[in-house]
Design a protein around this ligand. Sequence first.
Ligand code: ADE
Length: 182
Amino acid sequence: MADVEFIKSQLTAHPDFPKKGIVFLDIFPILRNPIAFETLITHFIHHITSHTIAAAPSKKIDVVVGLDARGFLLGPIIALRLGAAFVPVRKQGKLPGQCVSASYEKEYGTDSFEMQADAIKPGQTVIVVDDLIATGGSATAAGELIAKQGGKTLEYLFIIELMFLKGGSKLDAPVYSIVQSD
Ligand code: ADE
């Protein structure tokens, strides 16, 4: 998996950011390098088409949900390549119109997520995209918002999975991560 090693090589670690004890893994160097960014997106699309869509009863993905904030950098590109809708999940108070909301705990604090109430139609197939899964709190909240609207989450996709936090174990669908970090 030369592409995985290449993507991994672009990541940088920042000890004690944003507070003491957190080793922050930064994905922005990938986005600064167009070849790395293309490799990342192509890797996700290959996985989604050969595994996620192949295993889906409907053989299609209707909606890509991206999580605030770095999921917004990946989700729309993946959605366009799949011919799917992009739907943002945002921190509370940012989205206009009627919203559904769910609160969650994260690695450093608590927050509340919202999605526009008409964004997903009952029965639609959904994948969730973000840069990193830590405790899984934000992905769990996103899954709740999708379920509240009758959507069917097929998979949660991340560049990085912090394995020691076991965030993937509490989600209602499988996790796919490119880089697993201890
Ligand atoms: N979000 C939560 N934990 C993180 C970490 N360790 N690095 C980057 N983003 C994060």
